[in-house]
Every structure is written in structure tokens, then in C-alpha cells.
Design a protein around this ligand. Structure first.
Ligand SMILES: [Zn+2]
Length: 131
């Protein structure tokens, strides 16, 4: 399956764009999330999938106001990538449980609510925020 060109993230349409390994971006970054334009740019190479996962974690982090550092995003990318690579049946299982996504799904609302409440007092939610 080719890289999807469009995704709906938290009820918002996003564009996914591939770029070739030339130019300044590829020297230090494999991907970039442009929140204002709702675009994710992915370097065209052998790590496209894990790079997309990394950028999706950035989107989730932003939408939930989790306050993750880049190192924490990288750790989540590597950890989740390992889990999904070792257990591909998990993706099938998750897909079967979300057969009717909508823009106003209760899951989206719950995640957005989590982001709002985590801004109130992070200590109530069992994690610390790095500043
Ligand atoms: Zn990053």
C-alpha cells in the first residue's frame, strides 16, 4: 500500500506529501509537520512508515497538549514501531474496532478533552511536564 496522500486527524483533513532526499530538510530531518497548513512532509526513503508514525505522534501530542519533548516523541516512535512490526495482527485488531470513524466521534472528543484537562493540572494525570 502506498503512503496515503490524505488522512483525517482529530476530525481535520491533512495532506501527506513525499519529498526527495535533496535540500536542507533531508540533512537533519526525515519528516516535518506543518500545523498551520495541516501538512505532513515525509522524506522518500526506506523509513517512510516510521517517519509517518513519528509525525503522527507530533500531531497527537499537539492535539492533546501532552508537552512531549522530541526525545520522548522519538522514544514513542521507536517503541510503537517495534510493537507493530513484531505484532502486525494488532493493526488488524485496531482496524476492526474502529470501522465507523466520524469527524465527531466520541474518541476524538475524548482525546481533545484529555488535552484540555491536562492543561489544567498535569499532576492530576499521572505524568510530569518538562519545561
Ligand atoms: Zn520530531
Amino acid at each position: 500500500m502506498p503512503l496515503p496522500k490524505k488522512l483525517t486527524l482529530f476530525g481535520i483533513p491533512w495532506k501527506i506529501k513525499l519529498f526527495k532526499p535533496t535540500g536542507w530538510l533531508s540533512h537533519e530531518h526525515r519528516g516535518m509537520t506543518v500545523f498551520g497548513a495541516k501538512e505532513i512532509h515525509i522524506l522518500q526513503d526506506s523509513n517512510e512508515k516510521s517517519t509517518l508514525l513519528h509525525e503522527l505522534i507530533h500531531v497527537a501530542e499537539e492535539m492533546t497538549s501532552a508537552g512531549l519533548t522530541e526525545a520522548q516523541v522519538v522514544a514513542l516512535e521507536r517503541g510503537l514501531w517495534n510493537i507493530f512490526e513484531t505484532n502486525p495482527q494488532l493493526l488488524t485488531y485496531f482496524n476492526e474496532r474502529t470501522t465507523k470513524p466520524t469527524n465527531n466521534s466520541t474518541i476524538v472528543q475524548a482525546i481533545l478533552e484529555l488535552g484540555r484537562s491536562s492543561n489544567d493540572d498535569p499532576s492530576d494525570h499521572g505524568y510530569e511536564r518538562e519545561i
